[in-house]
Design a protein around this ligand. Structure first.
Ligand code: ADP
Length: 390
């Protein structure tokens, strides 16, 4: 089956074309809606870097992608879409029809920045590929197994009933993928394992995956809660929002910008949201960069330990995402002092890591530590195939 996987953001469309689980082509259109958009396309036979195109909307961008994929000659059998928020309505992937579209639209208030772009991608494909089945794979679905005591906030219950304010969790496709890969690498059934998965990219989240099911996760009602991130604050006292709104004369748009775009590594370091730069600055003696690094890894350590407690133990800790896969300093610092739980990192393996999947704990460590590059697109392709075949 030739399956197109699409991940549409507000001004971008990233794609991968799978031909029987092999990536046949991939790329992106960025700056959709601007005067000049940028198209990048890689395939075995063709490679271009950032060519300017005219893509005033997602339909034009996807049309360009289909053209590059030669979709007229070589038929695309199905499209899998990453959809960020499925609310409480979707606990697994679904074939898209008008009822599903309505429900995804109902979730817009829960993800106003993401779901509208995902919908645009689906609508564009309906117009450009009529009759081709489309599947929605939700970032929130894997976390729908959280027990109520893990997803209910300590605020009036009526707000949950009225507005569905609760923890949803995100990056579900990634947590699902790396926890299952970890079980494979450890050669044990996932139904026997307690795994903490750390997805550390520009957005960061951590999940407690017990016997294959997510039982807790750090992102909440929105992707703002939990770990420190590139520009997002993660956890802090919500009274600070009220205090700063008054002191700084902020409206909701201004407050949103402070906590989503000007906080996190960037907010503390005042220099960079990128972990590579934070590490470089810190080595050069920038104290605020060092502080940002320490806040990041300290909080990660707190979550790893608490999620181990939540599951009554832990068999494996998995790192993924740009930071999780590449920043040895983050892995070492966040696992230091967790020896009491049976975590024994092999420093040499951690330091000398090559690309790919690796176990980086000592042979006799009670808790395995793994680095596993995530592959959300592959999960989306497989889910799409599963649903279209069944
Ligand atoms: P996204 O969430 O946008 O998919 P990525 O998973 O690509 O992001 O992660 C981006 C983060 O990974 C950035 O903070 C970047 O600094 C970090 N990163 C990438 N490569 C390295 C590296 N070699 N060392 C440290 N951090 C890295």
């Amino acid at each position: 089956m030739r399956i197109l996987v699409l991940n549409c953001g507000s001004s971008s469309a990233k794609y991968q074309l799978f031909d029987y689980e092999e990536v046949a082509a991939k790329g992106s259109v960025e700056r959709i809606g601007e005067s000049v958009s940028l198209f990048t396309h890689y395939s075995e036979t063709f490679q271009t870097k950032k060519s300017p195109i005219d893509a005033p909307d997602h339909t034009k961008a996807i049309d360009k992608i289909l053209e590059a994929l030669n979709a007229k000659e070589k038929k695309i059998d199905a499209v899998g879409h990453r959809v960020v928020h499925g609310g409480e309505k979707f606990s697994s992937s679904v074939l898209i029809d008008s009822e599903v579209m309505k429900r995804v639209q109902d979730c817009i208030p829960l993800a106003p920045l993401h779901n509208p772009s995902n919908i645009k991608g689906i609508e564009a494909c309906s117009a450009l590929l009529p009759g081709v089945p489309q599947v929605a794979v939700f970032d929130t679905a894997f976390h729908q197994t959280l027990p109520d005591y893990a997803y209910i906030y300590g605020i009036p219950y009526s707000y949950y009933k009225k507005y569905r304010v609760r923890r949803y969790g995100f990056h579900g496709t990634s947590h699902y993928y790396v926890s299952n890969r970890a079980a494979r690498l450890l050669n044990r059934p996932i139904e026997e394992l307690k795994i903490v998965t750390c997805h550390l990219g520009n957005g960061c989240s951590i999940a407690a995956v017990k016997y294959g099911k997510s039982v807790d996760t750090s992102m909440g009602f929105t992707p703002l809660e939990g770990l420190l991130m590139g520009t997002r604050s993660g956890d802090f006292d919500p009274a600070v929002v009220l205090f700063l709104m008054e002191k700084e004369n902020l409206d909701t748009v201004g407050a949103n910008s402070v906590f989503n775009k000007r906080s996190g590594l960037l907010g503390i370091s005042q220099t960079a949201n990128d972990m590579r730069e934070i590490l470089r600055e810190s080595k050069e003696g920038n104290e605020l960069a060092t502080l940002a690094f320490e806040v990041f890894t300290y909080r990660l350590k707190k979550y790893i330990a608490s999620y181990s407690g939540v599951m009554g133990g832990v068999d494996a800790v998995v790192f993924t995402g740009g930071i999780g896969e590449n920043a040895k300093e983050v892995r070492e610092s966040s696992l230091s002092e967790l020896e009491f739980m049976g975590v024994e990192l092999d420093r040499r393996k951690n330091d000398e890591l090559s690309a790919g999947e690796h176990i980086i704990s000592k042979e006799d460590s009670n808790v395995a530590v793994l680095v596993i590059p995530t592959n959300e697109e592959l999960v989306i392709a497989k889910e799409t195939e599963r649903i279209c075949i069944s």
